[in-house]
Ligand binder design. Structure first.
Ligand code: AP5
Ligand code: MG
Length: 212
């Protein structure tokens, strides 16, 4: 079973690339930490209560909460039915990278998406996502604009804005990324995990290469 980590700033296009990967590959599972945490917040669970204050402030959620979520999610994945796992949003601190290794997870590749801070701010102020399947879309007139205004192309559910996409929260998320997440890339390199640079615009043949 392969393990792939998309890596990049908030709004870099990690979720967009993941949608393209999984659209044609039902045997790939996505473990989205942000998604797991947002679900916990909306369901009002104990984990959600712990995570909410951090997420609302654009801060990273404490490592022990996140590592617990990763362990729980991995336990539900049936390894024999899965070709690959996409770890969306893990590891985001050096100590999470250490915990990843301790859990016996050895990623096959890190897919780094680079975008400027200006692009992040522009993209996140115009991002909407599906309230049901969580696919990301853009309000800008680009490739990622929904075919029908306000409706998910894939499942037809309404599109909504994410609570943490307010400009001041986006600035805080970028600052957390630079301070705590960017250094993780060097740790992953030191772990001899292959690092590949890409964009969220990757087409199917590029995606085949990325996953090989
Ligand atoms: P998470 O949900 O992972 O958010 P993030 O990393 O901030 O990333 P985003 O989902 O905002 O961006 P993306 O890269 O997926 O971009 P997208 O494809 O949507 O985490 C949220 C929070 O959870 C964190 O702040 C933290 O509190 C907590 N958390 C999560 N993991 C954690 C961890 N390990 N430890 C501690 N806390 C954790 O694209 C963005 C927009 O751009 C869309 O509108 C899209 O249509 C558009 N777009 C994409 N690509 C292009 C393109 N090529 N051209 C034009 N537009 C594009
Ligand atoms: Mg995302």
């Amino acid at each position: 079973m392969k393990i792939i980590i998309p890596f990049g700033k908030p709004g870099a296009g990690k979720g967009t690339l993941i949608e393209k990967i999984t659209e044609k590959r039902e045997d790939w599972k996505v473990l989205s930490i942000g998604g797991v945490l947002r679900k916990a917040v909306s369901e009002g669970t104990e984990i959600g209560a712990k995570a909410k204050t951090y997420m609302d402030a654009g801060k990273l959620v404490p490592d022990e909460v996140v590592v617990g979520c990763v362990k729980d999610a991995l336990a539900t994945i049936q390894a024999e039915e899965v070709t690959g796992i996409i770890l969306d949003g893990f590891p985001r601190t050096v100590s999470q990278a250490v915990a990843m290794a301790e859990l016996g997870l050895k990623p096959d590749k890190v897919l780094v998406i680079y975008v400027s801070d200006e692009t992040v701010i522009q993209r996140l102020s115009s991002r909407v996502e599906c309230s049901k399947c969580k696919a990301p879309y853009s309000l800008l007139e680009n490739l990622y604009h929904p075919k029908k205004e306000g409706i998910c192309d894939k499942c037809g559910a309404p599109l909504v804005q994410r609570d943490d996409d307010k400009p001041e929260t986006v600035k805080a998320r970028l600052a957390e990324y630079k301070e705590k997440t960017e250094p993780v890339l060097n740790v992953l390199k030191e772990m001899q995990i292959p690092i590949v640079y890409t964009t969220s615009d990757a087409d199917e043949s590029k995606i085949e290469q990325l996953l090989s």
